[in-house]
Each structure stands twice: as structure tokens, then as C-alpha cells.
Design a protein around this ligand. Structure first.
Ligand code: GNR
Ligand code: NI
Length: 172
């Protein structure tokens, strides 16, 4: 198991639509283990495979409360099958956009269908932080970031800041 380096804005990988996993194998299992290790180390409550440079439709998450037992959940080919009309506001952050947080409005509850490593299909209802995180992660699989839910002004400001940071680090 190992911690993998995170892909950071403005890396164009973050805009790629990830591929459906047609057959999970040993490499998929190893990737998911590394994603959990990378996510817990960060620390983060969710991670999409593209954030460690693998453009496959795989998500890890753990929306358990701080002092409660861990609830690791790995989702392969996750899909939102329904969303509530009720909305909820959450201050979001993203490991690929370090140190930037902003409130995003999304459906409060969602139904999610996904596969596990054995190819078995599951459906579950999510609410609260889990609903927000799973929508944030599925956005990643579609090349979408939480800043895309903000005003153009805010989004462009953030992108500019990270472009500048990358230029500085690239020329050091
Ligand atoms: O760690 C994370 N926290 C978080 C908080 C509110 C809404 C979404 C998230 S996901 C984020 C980790 C991440 O970037 N996943 O893609
Ligand atoms: Ni993210």
C-alpha cells in the first residue's frame, strides 16, 4: 500500500471524463487500497481515482463523524439514480484545490447505484455529508469540479490563482 501524489488544479487531467470500469481486477483492488490510504492521510472524506491520476470511474469515501468508527466505502461506476428536490448547503473543499473552501448548494438526498470489487450491484440512499461528498466525487468522474458550481467570477479567480502558483513552482 502506498500514498499516491495528488493531481492539483490546473492539471488538465481534472477535466477528463473517466472511463467505466468493465472488469475489476487485482490492480483495481490495489488502486482502491492506495486511494483509502491517500484519502485518510490527506485527510479527506472522499477521493476520485482521477485525483491520483487514474481516469477510471472509482471513488473512495468515508463520511463518518470524527470520533465514530470508520466507514470506508469504495464505489465502482457510481451513478446518481435520483435526487431530492430539497437542497442543502455545504462548505466544500477539494484535495485538488488546496486551501480553498466555498459553499455549494446540491440536492440534500440522493440514491446511488454502484458496484463493489466483486462486481456486485448495490443501491443506497445518502444524506447529509455523504450525499454532498458522493455528488462531489461523481462530478470528478465527469471532469467537473466544485468550483464549477460557483459564480464565474469566483471560479476564474481560483483558477488564475492556481495557474500562477503552478507557474511559480514549475520555474523554480
Ligand atoms: O475532503 C473533502 N472534503 C469535502 C468537504 C465537503 C464537500 C466535499 C468534500 S470532498 C473532499 C475531498 C475531495 O477533494 N474529494 O474529491
Ligand atoms: Ni474533490
Amino acid at each position: 500500500m502506498s500514498i499516491r501524489p495528488l493531481v492539483i488544479l490546473p492539471d488538465p487531467l481534472l477535466r477528463v471524463v473517466s472511463d467505466v470500469v468493465s472488469h475489476a481486477d487485482g490492480a483495481t483492488k490495489a488502486l482502491i487500497e492506495d486511494m483509502f490510504e491517500t484519502m485518510y492521510d490527506a485527510p479527506g472524506v472522499g477521493l476520485a481515482a482521477v485525483q491520483v491520476g487514474v481516469t477510471q470511474r472509482i471513488v473512495t469515501m468515508d463520511a463518518s463523524r470524527k470520533d465514530d468508527e470508520k466507514e470506508p466505502l469504495a464505489l465502482i461506476n457510481p451513478e446518481i439514480i435520483w435526487s431530492s428536490d430539497a437542497l442543502s448547503e455545504y462548505e466544500e473543499g477539494c484535495l485538488s484545490i488546496p486551501d480553498y473552501h466555498e459553499v455549494v448548494i446540491r440536492p440534500a438526498k440522493v440514491g446511488v447505484r454502484y458496484l463493489d470489487l466483486d462486481g456486485k450491484s448495490f443501491e443506497r440512499e445518502m444524506e447529509g455529508l455523504a450525499a454532498t461528498v458522493v455528488q462531489h466525487e461523481i462530478d470528478h468522474l465527469n471532469g467537473k469540479l466544485f468550483i464549477d458550481h460557483l459564480s464565474r467570477l469566483k471560479r476564474e479567480r481560483v483558477i488564475k490563482k492556481f495557474q500562477k502558483l503552478a507557474r511559480r513552482e514549475g520555474s523554480e
